[in-house]
Design a protein around this ligand. Sequence first.
Ligand code: NI
Length: 268
Amino acid sequence: MYIDTHAHLNYEDKYGDIPSLLSSLRAAGVDAVVNAGWNYASSLLAANMAKEEPMLYFAAGVHPSNLADLAQGDYGRIAGLLSSPKGVAVEEIGLDYHYGGADKEAQKRAFCEQLELADALSLPVVIHSRDAAEDTLRILKDNRAKLARGGVMHCFSGSPETAKEYLKLGLYISFAGPVTFKNARRADEAAKAVPADRLLAETDSPYLAPEPFRGTLNTPENVALVYAKLAALRGEETQALAERIEKNARTLFYKMNDEKRENGHGKV
Ligand code: NI
């Protein structure tokens, strides 16, 4: 019923027993989670979790705030992980100027390298952009040819005008917990403006728990609150919106469908 298109359940020690977490997610109506890496080690863990658990998919890549972890040969190892039928995207990649720790030029280089990696692997990209919209847009425009498999702006909190620029590049826009926050007027306006066939939803667990759980440990179960808020903003039925978003997710993360067929679970 609900899909969480971006979470990090690959945080060792945050969630305790994963099989029992997943059974409570299923009971709450969450039927699939894309578990995202932020460096090679967390990508490997996400890949291994996806092998064990039918409802988990994974994405692999190096986050702009984790470039210190990037070692020689990591892109090759990440490509190796993504050859798995459950590896659905290169993620999460992009620019983060908020923390100011990592050198901007190094971030831009790693972003471009991973756009190239995604293109070589024929996979979509999941893009993190914080306080860096101008450079993110410019790099995406310059690398438009490498976006053949598409991508998504994850945890979007920008304006409708910025969303429009990303939509022009063929990208999806994904909303997370912040869209439920009381001061989220700009993201609310963007959530209303995104066409139904380009909309995604996520939790970004363990971060950014939505209202009324703001400040607590987030889990994909809370994605229902993001769906409910998006539906309310857009004047749609939550169930219809959830179906639409599941279809969008399976279009963008196209390997989810291949994987279902390979396992004989029937057509989507
Ligand atoms: Ni994330």
